[in-house]
Design a protein around this ligand. Structure first.
Ligand code: KIV
Ligand code: ZN
Length: 508
């Protein structure tokens, strides 16, 4: 019999812990809406006790997509964290509270400096308190894979008796290997079934040894009912198990795993690209499922075999994950109908009216500059349009710029606006970008260090859009910014400003 595996997406919590991957409110909502289209069962929307901004974002996600997706957020085993989760998720149809507390000796002794009994009691008290707020409570035994098994089990037993409805077993530091992790899950599942067979057993694997997907699959094979994963495998350090890899392994090898998920796999590629676009973190070209080369066959022997029968060298087709069918080529003469059709085909809803007209005007400007507009271009046009917040008068906008480059004194003049104020400055630099960024820093009056600057081209066509991703440091914290435009100097300026605006938002 095929078992249904519950997919819990933590891109907006564990994924967002990647330095520089912090998203603004609109970006988070855009991603949550796409996760809903992907049909994940649960979204972990953030860590509301960590900041007012995170709290508000979780609340907005619960309000906007919580009608059909279950929403949760993370709390440490303390009352104030649990209250923050409750207050932020309660508008969702099916909200629950996620509590985390360590079970390994190293966590108990070094992180808490308390006795094992005291730490276990903290967990029990936290669950009892959370149960007074919501019926569903998940308990994560942090660092489970390095915990003493009998203490781990005693903790699970105690928190289940206190009312926990989901037990999550994390390989927090990516230490586990598949056979051993599978065996751990088998032992826990065996005892849990006898204790309370309604409790859901879940796993959360990190990729420090490149084994997160393998460990998650081993856990599924050994009885795990729920998996915690992220898009593109984003997450703390080397990341989490990648949603697309685990889901497609279950689908392609259904005969082996005998498990299925509710995921609409045709949304995988689009979701991966949206995450790349929003976070600025590219996936490697040979990344399984969503890398640029994942379905490219270059060797002559392979191409010959494929032409005879696709199954010779393909275990799944690009269409299964949303590839190919997205291809579109538009021009400035395509008209509203064709443009709307293209936008809808890549998965976005657009209502007629002012918003659509603004988007269409941006499309025409792009089509004039670029001549041929591809699926990638439409995708970035729509996501940029939706995720740029122009309503905040604290934020800088590029009003105008001029850059003159030569091998003696490259110079830039920049005018920025902030609310109704405009300021202009000029600077000389080692090169045109250095001059541009010095002028922006001068106007913004912020001490910002550029850490990384990357430029690449988006999609095909000889007038390809340039995409610029930057990473900056402000007051010891890392922020990132991205922008795309047919003019790479303009994209460079806007990417830098987006990074500065992320710092401004974080500090207010
Ligand atoms: O890695 C981890 O242990 C976590 C928990 C909060 C589940 O992210
Ligand atoms: Zn984690």
């Amino acid at each position: 019999m095929t078992r249904n595996i519950i997919v819990f997406d933590t891109t907006l919590r564990d994924g967002e812990q990647v330095p520089g991957a912090k998203l603004n409110m609109q970006q988070k909502i855009e991603l949550a809406a796409q996760l809903k289209r992907l049909q994940v069962d649960i979204i972990e929307a953030g860590f509301p006790a960590s900041s007012a901004g995170d709290f508000k974002a979780v609340q907005e996600i619960a309000r906007t997509v919580g009608d059909s997706v279950s929403i949760t957020a993370l709390a440490r085993a303390v009352k104030s964290d649990i209250d923050a989760v409750y207050e932020s998720v309660k508008l969702a149809q099916n909200p629950f509270i996620h509590i985390v507390l360590g079970t390994s000796n190293i966590h108990v002794e070094k992180k808490f400096s308390r006795s094992k009994e005291t730490v276990m009691q903290m967990g029990v008290d936290a669950v009892k308190y959370a149960k007074t707020l919501l019926p569903e409570v998940q308990y994560s035994t942090e660092d489970a894979s390095r915990s003493d098994f009998e203490y781990l089990w005693s903790t699970i037993e105690a928190v289940v008796k206190a009312g926990a409805t989901i037990i999550n077993v994390p390989d927090t530091v990516g230490y586990a290997v598949p056979e051993e992790f599978g065996h751990l899950i088998y032992r826990i599942n065996d005892r849990l079934k006898n204790l309370n067979d309604k409790v859901i057993l879940s796993v959360h694997c990190h990729n420090d040894l490149g084994l997160a997907t393998a460990n998650t699959l081993a856990a599924i094979k050994n009885g795990a009912q729920k998996i915690e994963v992220t898009i593109n495998g984003l997450g703390e350090r080397a990341g989490n198990a990648s949603l697309e890899e685990v889901v497609m392994a279950m689908k392609v090898r259904e005969n082996y795993y005998q498990c299925a998920t509710n995921i609409n796999t045709k949304e995988l590629l689009r979701t991966s690209r949206l995450v790349t676009h929003l976070t600025g973190l590219d996936v490697q070209v040979n990344k399984a499922i969503t890398g640029e080369n994942a379905f490219a066959h270059s060797s002559g022997i392979h191409q010959d075999g494929l032409l005879k029968d696709k199954n010779v060298y393909e275990i799944m087709s690009p269409e299964d994950v949303g590839g190919e069918s997205m291809e579109l080529i538009l021009t400035a003469r395509s008209g509203r109908h064709a443009f709307r059709n293209a936008v809808e085909k890549i998965g976005f809803n657009v209502q007629d009216g002012e918003e659509f007209e603004k988007l269409f005007a941006k499309f025409l400007a792009l089509a004039d500059a670029k001549k041929e507009v591809y699926d990638h271009d439409v995708f970035y046009l729509v996501t940029n349009h939706r995720t740029i917040d122009t309503s905040n008068s604290q934020l800088f906008e590029l009003a105008s710029f001029q850059v003159v480059t030569n091998d003696l004194h490259p110079t830039a003049t920049v005018t920025l606006s902030k609310g109704s104020e405009h300021s202009t400055s000029s600077a000389v630099g080692d090169g045109p970008i250095d001059a541009l960024y010095s002028a922006i820093k001068h106007v913004a009056d912020i001490d910002v260090q550029l850490k990384d600057y990357k430029i690449s081209s988006l999609s095909r066509g000889k007038e390809a859009i340039g995409r610029v991703s930057i990473r900056i440091e402000v007051d010891g914290k890392t922020y990132s910014g991205r922008a795309s435009d047919t003019d790479i100097i303009k994209a460079s300026a806007i990417a830098f400003l987006n990074g500065i605006n992320a710092a401004v938002l974080d500090q207010h």
